[in-house]
Design a protein around this ligand. Structure first.
Ligand code: ADP
Length: 266
């Protein structure tokens, strides 16, 4: 399921089909002088294509910052980032906005569906706005994978929380983005609805070859991933392949979670 480990410290762009995004020596600092905080302090990582990666770490360790920098939602202080073959550090706003629209999908804790549109209209909305026609075969595959074919005409308020989030995932998948980033995508769901969504994310990697990066504090959610990258104090301190919830819990205990906290908020 996972590809071979690549050397994230190799300089230069990915240049290889198996890397969907790459960060090299990324520093993100807030403030200056005495109040300077290094949210990321020299992070190098390859996001492997067709792999489900989870980012974990104590609250304040830099998870959201790393996700935002990889997704081009935030600028870096130094270091370089690529999405696919394109270096995004230094891109002008307009090109960055276009790249985000064309290559990146997002899933947030809040589903952000439009209440007046039905499920299908919500799924195709970003492409409608961009003036792009969805590939009908792909859309059909996404819809059959999402398992909501019977409910495409339903409005969000006629769907359960888990179903709404699956619509949001299908919306992210519809444009075939290079990567989907999820920030605690199951954070607002009970455990049954959460596992529905995680199953779907898993299937979208296995059946559709999607690349997913998910920030989570939940060891059960992380156990759906192929690979977990652990952050602490703005550094990558460990990674785990083919995790189980028990192994993740053990790893979290080793971080002295009592003093640092693994809460979902930063
Ligand atoms: P996590 O997602 O792991 O909880 P964050 O990436 O949100 O961590 O934050 C990492 C560090 O950067 C924290 O110390 C946080 O306080 C700091 N930080 C994040 N965003 C800002 C900001 N806009 N201004 C100042 N400090 C920030």
């Amino acid at each position: 399921m996972t590809s071979a480990v690549v050397n994230p410290r190799t300089e230069g762009g990915p240049g290889r089909a198996r890397v969907a995004a790459r960060a090299v020596g990324v520093v993100k600092a807030y403030g200056s002088g005495e109040t300077r905080v290094s949210a990321l302090d020299g992070v190098s990582v390859d996001v492997e294509r067709g792999v489900f990666t989870a980012i974990m770490g104590p609250s304040g360790s830099g998870k959201s910052t790393l996700m935002h920098c990889l997704a081009g939602l935030d600028t870096v202080t130094s270091g370089r980032i690529w999405v696919g073959e394109t270096e995004i550090t230094g891109l002008k706003d307009k090109r960055l906005t276009r790249l985000r629209r064309d290559k990146i999908g997002f899933i947030f804790q809040a589903f952000n569906l439009l209440p007046t549109l039905n499920a299908l209209e919500n799924i195709t909305l970003p492409m409608d706005i961009a003036g792009r026609k969805p590939d009908p075969d792909w859309l059909e595959r996404v819809i059959s994978t999402v398992g909501l074919a019977e409910r495409l005409k339903h409005r969000p308020n006629q769907l359960s929380g888990g179903q709404q989030q699956r619509v949001a995932v299908a919306r992210a998948l519809a444009a075939r983005p290079e990567i989907i980033f999820g920030d605690e995508p199951t954070g607002n769901l009970d455990s049954r609805a959460g596992s529905e969504v995680l199953d779907f994310l898993r299937r979208s990697v296995d059946d559709l070859g999607q690349t997913i990066v998910m920030v989570t504090h939940d060891p059960v959610a992380a156990s759906y991933a192929d690979r977990i990258v652990f952050l602490a104090d703005g550094h990558i301190v460990d990674e785990m392949r083919d995790p189980t919830a028990d192994r993740v819990l053990d790893r979290m205990r080793n971080f002295d979670s009592a003093s640092r906290g693994w809460g979902r908020t930063s």
